[in-house]
Design a protein around this ligand. Structure first.
Ligand code: A3P
Length: 272
């Protein structure tokens, strides 16, 4: 947005670019952009633009000083936040984040992995269509000719949350990690933001009146600093209708993994 661009150009006295003390590590298509934009309304939060993809790519070799320069200007005491959803699923990232700062606070947003897989498919499908490239149906990717779940399909693998989370819990204490319910973030964003403020030790300032429901978009949009703004059209896409038998297969596939995940995080998300 233009206010954010202005903030980049006008550097207030006493501000500096600082390494993030909080990172939204994932999960892709679970509401990571909404979460970052909502958190950024808080006066003690400064969010990085875009996705920096530092810890999960060749950019890691550029070093922490390169990373710091990608961060927004902040006052001492403000929380710098970055989000790169690929961190959640990439081997070695937990260790790299710990090497930067073992006190880094981590936020993970999740939703029903079946919905997440369809959302992921819908995004890739839209991108391929825009480039005039062919793309098969969701069903063709998600199950094989015998109707078995294609566990190597990336959109399926990402949803095995407990497997990915375990790599983080091997490196960071559970208390340094906060799990956001992506479905509640959609229907009641203020309540999930209050939990985040508590997790980060911030004054609870974000309230229900910072959100208004946009019936056309079908999602909450944000309101602060006399600004009213919705996320872009790439967030909150229409999903294709999926064959119910394929959906059932996926639900059965994820069920035991979901139970393991609830146990890991100590919260039951009641997915199907
Ligand atoms: P869909 O597009 O499938 O509905 P991410 O930012 O991690 O890619 O996640 C995108 C998802 O954020 C969207 O998936 C949507 O469900 C969710 N979301 C949560 N709150 C939203 C909001 N206020 N506006 C738009 N999308 C929101």
């Amino acid at each position: 947005g233009s206010i954010d661009e202005m903030r980049e150009r006008i550097r207030f006295r006493g501000t500096n670019r600082r390494l993030p003390s909080c990172i939204i590590i994932g999960v892709r298509k679970c509401g990571t952009r909404a979460l970052l934009e909502f958190m950024n309304m808080h006066p003690k939060v400064q969010a990085a633009h875009g996705e920096v993809h530092f810890f999960d790519s060749e950019r890691y070799a550029y070093g922490l000083e390169w990373y710091r320069k990608r961060m927004p200007y902040s006052f001492p005491g403000q929380v710098t936040v970055e989000k790169s959803p690929a961190y959640f699923i990439t081997d070695g990232v937990p260790e790299r984040v710990r090497a930067m700062n073992n006190a880094t606070r981590l936020i993970v947003v999740v939703r029903d992995p079946v919905d997440r897989a369809v959302s992921d498919y819908a995004q890739i499908h839209a991108n391929r269509l825009a480039k005039g490239k062919p793309h098969a149906t969701f069903e063709a990717y998600a199950v094989n000719d015998y109707g078995e779940v294609n566990t190597s399909y990336k959109a399926i693998r990402i949803g095995v949350y407990h497997r990915h989370l375990q790599r983080w819990l091997d490196v960071f204490p559970r208390t340094q990690m906060h799990v956001v319910d992506g479905d509640r973030l959609v229907v009641d964003p203020a309540s999930e933001l209050t939990r985040i403020e508590a997790f980060l030790g911030l004054e609870p300032l974000i309230h229900a009146d910072n959100f208004y429901f946009n019936a056309t978009k079908g999602f909450f949009c944000l309101r602060h600093d006399a600004t009213e703004r919705c996320l872009t059209d790439t967030k909150g896409r229409k999903h294709p209708a999926i064959n119910p038998r394929v959906l059932q297969k996926l639900e059965d596939y994820y069920r035991p993994f979901n139970l393991k995940f609830y146990e890991q995080v100590g919260r039951d998300f009641n997915w199907r």
